[in-house]
Design a protein around this ligand. Structure first.
Ligand code: ADP
Length: 363
């Protein structure tokens, strides 16, 4: 007897999203089922184009559908629709950026650990997976985005109203205080001024519709994260940490700060994890694995490691983030791993407060 769409759907009810721990039908991820003789075609809509579990989901869907007798072929087409932060997350928060689905801060316990570098690579990495992404330099005391994104030759423009047009570079929209003030002037802000500068950057930039807005925070635990938490409904924060004990101690304070501000910690990135010498050997200069252990101790996800890499440093100085993803497959793979793990954690966080009822179209 020929397989029916209902039978296929029943099989898909047995397939759980490995991170969200609910079945694909309940999660409203099955968008289409078609059966033509022994060939079953299924369209799955992922919660992010950077889904780290895509291969697993493919295998599980094919396995489950093949359990039905008479199925000769299972074609799976993937699409993506970035999940909107859950109503619970938005509850009680003002939302000055309704067109932005997920807002994620990148913080660090102290300066120099590569926080800004990781922030721009996360943003560009998400965009390269197909998401619409903005990156905002919330580090108003020491903005790095003009250098990291190569914004020197770009002119600041307004929309005609009082909105600032973000720069479009490396596939992302970007805004930084570094393009709104004189380059070499020290940025000395009193608390209320810092608050105002952050607010203006966030709310007077014409971000349009975005799947993700990544905010590069100043290092440490100062005024800006507090302003941010009051102003924006964040999905969560990523903490960048190098492996050494002193860096871990600072990162723990940053995690503590986010918890106090009721911002979920999406995970820890271990930057400068190790170094690969010309001899091909891996050197654990700062004590590889330290940030990972710290993440475990603190009960937060570990998102992966980025090694010390000379090309990464040179590309950062040149403002060529894209080169990190195109020139060296190993470096690209390491960055993509962190990008996908973060995207997965964002989906987990976004869907943790509730999920929509299933709707399905059949053809
Ligand atoms: P932070 O934002 O934490 O102050 P930055 O992102 O500005 O740190 O990075 C500090 C310096 O370290 C920059 O010159 C950057 O290019 C370099 N850097 C960051 N991460 C790496 C890495 N994994 N490998 C090599 N250089 C790095």
């Amino acid at each position: 007897m020929a397989v029916t769409k209902e039978q296929v759907l029943d099989q898909l009810r047995k397939v759980n999203d490995p991170e969200l721990h609910r079945d694909l039908v309940t999660l409203n991820m099955v968008k289409n089922v078609a059966v033509c003789e022994g060939v079953v075609s299924v369209k799955i809509e992922l919660t992010t184009p950077a889904c780290p579990m895509k291969d697993q989901i493919l295998k599980d869907v094919q396995g489950a559908v093949r359990e039905l007798g008479g199925v000769e072929e299972v074609n799976v087409e993937f699409g993506a629709n970035v999940a909107q932060a859950s109503p619970q997350q938005r509850a009680g928060k003002s939302n000055p950026l309704p067109g932005v689905k997920q807002i994620v801060a990148v913080g660090a316990g102290k300066g120099g650990v590569g926080k800004s570098t990781i922030a721009v690579n996360l943003a560009v990495g998400l965009a390269r997976e197909g998401a619409s992404v903005g990156v905002m330099d919330g580090d108003i005391y020491g903005p790095s985005l003009p250098t990291l994104l190569g914004l020197d030759a770009h002119q600041t423009r307004t929309t005609g109203g009082n909105m600032i047009v973000p720069f479009e570079v490396h596939g992302v929209k970007a805004m930084t205080i570094g393009k709104l003030v004189e380059v070499d002037k020290p940025l000395i802000w009193r608390g209320p001024m810092a608050h105002g500068a952050f607010r203006q950057l966030a709310t007077q930039t014409d971000w349009g519709d975005l799947d993700y807005l990544i905010i590069d925070l100043p290092p440490g635990t100062g005024d800006v994260p507090l302003t941010m938490s009051q102003l924006l409904p964040l999905t969560g924060a990523v903490v960048v940490c190098t492996p050494q004990k002193v860096a871990q101690d600072d990162a723990k304070r940053a995690i503590g700060m986010f918890r106090q501000l009721e911002i979920a910690v999406l995970g820890v990135v271990e930057n400068m994890s190790y170094f690969i010498g010309d001899d091909g050997k891996e050197y654990d200069i700062f004590g590889r694995g330290g940030a990972q252990t710290m993440a475990q101790d603190m009960g937060v996800p570990y998102l992966g490691a980025v090694p010390i890499n000379m090309a990464l440093r040179a590309n950062s100085d040149k403002g060529d983030v894209t080169a990190n993803f195109t020139d060296d497959p190993k470096l690209a793979g390491e960055l993509e791993n962190v990008v996908r793990n973060m995207a997965g954690q964002i989906s987990v966080q976004a869907l943790s407060g509730g999920y929509t009822q299933p709707t399905i179209s059949m053809s």
